[in-house]
Design a protein around this ligand. Structure first.
Ligand SMILES: [Zn+2]
Ligand SMILES: [Zn+2]
Length: 366
């Protein structure tokens, strides 16, 4: 861990990674970068990905073993049980009786709305503090993130900050330099005695735990389960109401069930794989704008799925920025949404990319 300075209050400094807010835990801040200007057309990403999945090939010529903190392997029962269980439930989507276009569109819209609980909430706001907002807005994003069943905000943030500090080193909790499948979800199947320890959470998510909202969740983790389960009756009742009002009483039950299968189970599985693709594909395939010293890549396919997060090499270069759009074609919808929040008065101190900050600073001093 670099730059640890326990017990120190750190003022917000957009020139530093927001990890500094967690008591000096520097999160991947690197300077003196070189804009390599050698974008590789990532058109073959899908094919290579499929081959890699089938063969579980090592991610690159550089290869290392899983983090030492996961050996000897012990099954993470909560994660593996949840992942297996929800994948099985999502298979109900193949039963024609559960299909409806309303359910399908609930899934599509839900991937974006709940997915932003991870992208804007867990990642850009809580992990990197790339903008400020009102407590209730932050907590709403956190609850949307919890609905994606990607663990508590403090635990997610701790693991992601460790990823930035130790990117593509053996201590990285989910580097594809082990294997593609390890980085995609294998690392979630087993316990990591360091990254998931109370000590890691206390160190890397110290700033979050000062907020009683997040501390309460850590002390009573069953809250996560109840929020996760609450989605089922909410979606069922919404579907049943729409069915009853639109097509009569007999349409209530089928549409209610359709919304549960597509709007909850399929949507959760989709958001999982989209999030996991950032850890796997965006550290394997794509081009690099910056020589960041690890394997992060800008991957258009993942950027499309994640409405921005796939420009991951840009993110590793400048983690505190609310935007990962460093070139005009690297569209970052999530950033536009943060700017929309700003326009509505719900976000401020939005951190722009470093090259924009420098240009603005130079214009000011001129
Ligand atoms: Zn990364
Ligand atoms: Zn990050």
């Amino acid at each position: 861990m670099s730059g640890a300075a326990a017990g120190r209050e750190t003022a917000f400094d957009p020139e530093k990674s927001a990890g500094d807010l967690a008591e000096g835990v520097a999160i991947g801040y690197r300077d003196g970068h070189v804009l390599t200007d050698r974008p590789i057309l990532a058109g073959a990403t899908g094919v290579v990905w499929s081959l890699s999945v089938m063969a579980s090939l090592p991610a690159a010529s550089t290869h290392f073993d899983v983090p030492t903190a996961v050996r000897p392997y012990t099954l993470n029962r909560v994660y593996s049980g949840t992942i297996l269980g929800v994948h099985l439930l999502a298979l109900l989507a193949f039963v024609p009786q559960f299909f409806s276009w309303i359910g399908f569109w609930a899934m599509v819209v839900g991937i974006h709305v709940f997915g932003q609980g991870i992208t804007i909430g867990y990642h850009r706001l809580l992990t990197h503090r790339s903008f400020k907002t009102l407590p209730w807005v932050e907590h709403c994003f956190a609850i949307l993130g919890i609905c994606c069943l990607e663990d508590s905000p403090a635990r997610w943030v701790a693991v992601h900050r460790i990823h930035h500090v130790h990117s593509d080193e053996q201590t990285d909790p989910h580097s594809p330099l082990v294997t593609f499948l390890w980085s995609h979800f294998g690392w979630l199947m087993v316990n990591n005695r360091e990254a998931q320890s109370l000590n890691a959470i206390a160190t890397y998510s110290k700033d979050l735990l000062r907020d009683p909202f997040y501390m309460r969740i850590e002390k009573r983790p069953w809250i996560l389960m109840w929020i996760g389960l609450a989605q089922i009756p909410v979606f069922f009742l919404a579907g049943a109401a729409i069915g009853w009002i639109g097509w009569g009483r007999e349409a209530a039950l089928p549409l209610g069930l359709s919304l549960v299968v597509w709007g909850v189970y399929v949507r959760i599985v989709a958001v999982w794989h989209i999030t996991w693709s950032v850890n796997s594909l965006s550290h394997m395939f794509g081009y690099q704008n910056y020589e960041t010293g690890e394997a992060s890549r800008n991957n258009w396919f993942v950027a499309l799925l994640t409405v921005g997060e796939g420009w991951h090499n840009n993110h590793h270069e400048d983690p505190s920025s609310a935007s990962v759009q460093h070139r005009w074609w690297e569209i970052d919808i999530s950033y536009y949404e943060i700017r929309l929040l700003e326009a509505l008065g719900l976000a401020w101190d939005v951190v722009t990319p470093r090259h924009v900050r420098r240009r603005e600073a130079a214009a000011k001093s001129a």
